[in-house]
Design a protein around this ligand. Sequence first.
Ligand code: ATP
Ligand code: MG
Length: 434
Amino acid sequence: MSESTRAPTLDRSPLKAVKGMNDILPPASARWAWLEARVRDLMRRYAYQEVRTPIVEPTPLFVRGLGEVTDIVEKEMYSFVDSLNGDALSLRPEATAGVVRAAIEHALLHDGGKRLFYLGPMFRHERPQRGRYRQFHQVGVEALGFAGPDVDAEVILMARALWQDLGLADLRLEINSLGQPDERRAHRAALVAHFEAHRELLDADALRRLHSNPLRILDTKNPAMQPLVEAAPKLIDYLGEASLAHLDAVRAVLDAVGQPYRINPRLVRGMDYYNLTVFEWVTDRLGAQGTVCGGGRYDGLVEMVGGKPAPAVGWALGVERVLDLLQHDGVEVPAERPDVYAIVPDAGALAPATRVAETLRAAGVAVQLHAGGGSMKSQFRRADASGARWALIFGADELARGEVAVKPLRDATAAQTTRALADAAAWALTLRDA
Ligand code: ATP
Ligand code: MG
């Protein structure tokens, strides 16, 4: 290393977050925590268990798992070489491949199927815009080892239950079947013939995929190609009896619980690993990024990642898109605020105030203890701004009598009272349950 690179830097210009990667700060972070709590409760009620897999995985996991000719693998992955050992690594662009790798590596399926969920950041090098970021967050479920179609319906209904819990109305369900590989082969030949006949209308991506992965062309976001995609042969017309029966069985459950859906024969998903049931939950209320949740069956993936073949189905939802929708629909999320703001008029009050605050906190009351001194007036201003319901005032006169003043901050009709310091554990409960 040269002398100059070792010298301490004098550059003090402000550093910014990486483009497309967002800080999640208060008060917005409270909305995230609230959503995550709803998600965890949903998973508990459906008996899905959490898995946490690494953010960084070997690059071949995604190349093999998602397919080489996919948007993600072709142009969206943050891939790099570990400079210490030369390993090819990637930030995870999605979590299904990692969950499946972990399930195989730890023989999770040795005693039957597993219902799993995850929650966390994903990374894709896309053009940042509303609802599309380079670090974004997904909640996902993976039911491994179940051939369906009952479990296909189960995971779809879990998403529905989440929309209900969150107070989100009007998310539409679209479903399709991608059949099995042999059915896709027959369809693929017809698809290639269709696109070949209209070669002049294909964009560069489509031309490249024409022979490598023509199904992917149906997933194009290029509006100019929509008419051509609309006119393309439909995979659903190439499905055999078993695939159609699987789809019908999923539909029967949805019908039985009154969940409306639209069969969308154009629905293909962004990864190669899907087969049979695929679905998306969509909305018109988010502009161009209208898919909130997508998933389907991926019976081939476990084997592709090196495990004994096992069926699987799952979905992933975009947390930012769900939060955007909650905001759009004006869904109120409880704000994070302390129950109590403790006012510390002078240094002599700190010890008793701290003792009471600790007692209250141990009883479950949220207490913000004033720090940094200042006048009573400025402390009351802080107490108000905190949103607390009560101020505890540790004034010298009250303390001399072994008491503290309790002033209601949100209810103008309620009177200020005093409480005995020695009984804090008892009245903490009345504050907590008020
Ligand atoms: P899109 O068609 O919008 O690119 P996708 O098919 O690539 O989505 P999936 O890989 O199925 O998305 O991921 C599931 C969900 O994750 C999406 O429905 C969306 O809500 C969310 N999502 C995907 N990519 C992003 C991103 N770059 N930023 C924010 N959310 C995203
Ligand atoms: Mg995408």
